[in-house]
Design a protein around this ligand. Structure first.
Ligand code: FAD
Length: 396
């Protein structure tokens, strides 16, 4: 009987188990997870869960019915690829097929890991540690005006906390969006009553305290560090499984690692995108949702390829922000709607040679849905019509 061992009991890991059964795999499946909790979903951690609108966010899988052995509270420590054995802190597990789905972990600031007043937000435990600060209407300083910083600032303001967000760059989301796209988002912070301090590199984070380059010291009941995430692959260092410089497991289009029997999926894996002509490392929910069917097909001897149009959403300051595709600085930026002129809903499209490559939408979900299909089909568009927000994108 064939044995699949899946490491990482998040969306990608749990989804792989489910897709395997759907596609007819009838061997053994073990799902190994370092956290003690049953597999849960992460997006609610910075949204409903933090606000007390939800207690938990369990993923909707019936593992007993799927015949999946859940091995929780058990961390993988290494792989012996020659012997096909996964080592864990509770003993070795032999496999025929191994699926790496260990996700990502937050980038932290050195020396802050054990400080009670310093937080990150990746796990249910992190959310449960941060929530009491919001419940008590404590003060929050977020380091980093990225997706997590913005969502935590949103929740903290809704809870009635005093909120300051400090950002080294000059506008929110500087790591992922050009300045002219991120700049109008400054107002969202102000309108929500959150103070946004941009252009201020943080020089030190101490317990409940952030020091900025200009010498300012901001005290808070909780300092949230939201400066990005990286693949949780440190445990693979000596395994011989190829990793990229960004820490991701190097997978091919079929999400195979090149090591016999070993696959990688979700936040921990990068893959070559034929669509975008480059390797992508995607830290978004949709990628962890869709990757597993490719892995399952591969294990069952098929040849599926994972080349999605990356998709992401964020709920911040009462707005629904969505992004699809992948853009590069050379792509032509076309605005639909003018946030500076007072439009509350707007989109930005990136085109290359008249073909849509990516788009960001703010409260324009129809643009997103249509744009995503246009990207998939590489349909040529008229940039002048794209720039007219009254023309549906699909008619541009
Ligand atoms: P994970 O969900 O990280 O699961 C990996 C699991 O592996 C973890 O449970 C981890 O404990 C476990 N693990 C790690 N190392 C080991 C080991 N050595 N042994 C055993 N187990 C191990 N995306 C969106 O598109 N929209 C959103 O609004 C959004 N909101 C988010 C909010 C928050 C607070 C966070 C943290 C993420 C959010 N994301 C969002 C991103 C999305 O949640 C991730 O892309 C998705 O969870 C990736 O799934 P995964 O299964 O690859 O990894």
């Amino acid at each position: 009987e064939q044995r699949v061992v899946i490491v990482g009991a998040g969306l990608a890991g749990a989804g792989t188990a489910a897709r395997l059964r759907e596609q007819g795999f009838d061997g053994k499946i073990a799902l190994v997870g370092a956290e003690p909790h049953r597999p849960y979903d992460r997006p609610p951690l910075s949204k409903d869960l933090l606000l007390g609108k939800a207690e938990s966010a369990d993923l909707d899988f019936d593992f007993a019915a799927l015949g999946v052995d859940l091995l929780l509270g058990r961390a993988a420590t290494g792989v012996l690829t020659g012997e096909r054995v996964l080592n864990t802190d509770a003993g070795p597990l032999p496999y025929d097929h191994l699926v790496l789905a260990t996700g990502a972990e937050p980038v932290t600031l050195p020396g802050t890991g054990a400080l009670p007043g310093v937080h990150v937000l990746r796990t249910l435990a992190d959310a449960r540690r941060l929530k009491p600060v919001l419940d008590a209407r404590g003060s929050v300083v977020a380091v980093g005006a990225g997706w997590i910083g913005a969502e935590v600032a949103t929740a903290a303001r809704l809870a009635g906390c005093r909120v300051t967000v400090v950002e080294a760059a000059h506008q929110p989301l500087a790591g992922v969006l050009p300045a002219e796209v991120g700049a109008p988002m400054r107002r969202w912070y102000a309108d929500a009553g959150a103070e946004l301090r941009t252009g201020h590199p943080v020089t030190a984070v101490r317990d409940g305290e952030v020091e900025l380059a200009d010498g300012t010291v901001l005290g808070a009941d909780a300092v949230l560090v939201g400066i990005g995430s990286r693949p949780a692959t440190g445990w693979l260092r000596d395994s011989g499984i190829p990793l990229e410089p960004d820490g991701s497991v190097r997978a091919d289009a079929g999400l195979r690692t090149g090591v016999p029997g070993v696959y990688a999926v979700g936040d921990c894996a990068s893959f070559p995108s034929a669509r975008y002509g480059r390797r992508l490392l995607v830290h978004h929910w949709d990628n962890a949702l869709t990757g597993p069917s490719t892995v399952a097909a591969g294990i069952l001897g098929g040849t599926a390829a994972h080349d999605p149009v990356p998709y992401f959403w964020s709920e911040q300051f009462g707005r629904y922000v969505q992004y699809a595709g992948y853009h590069e600085p050379a792509d032509a930026l076309v605005r639909r709607g003018d946030p500076a002129g007072g439009d509350a809903a707007w989109s930005v499209c990136w085109l290359r040679e008249g073909v849509l490559r990516a788009l960001l939408t703010v409260d324009r979900p129809r643009d997103l849905a249509q744009g995503r299909r246009l990207i998939e089909r590489a349909t040529p568009l008229d940039p002048e019509r794209v720039a007219d927000p009254s023309v549906p994108l699909k008619a541009a």
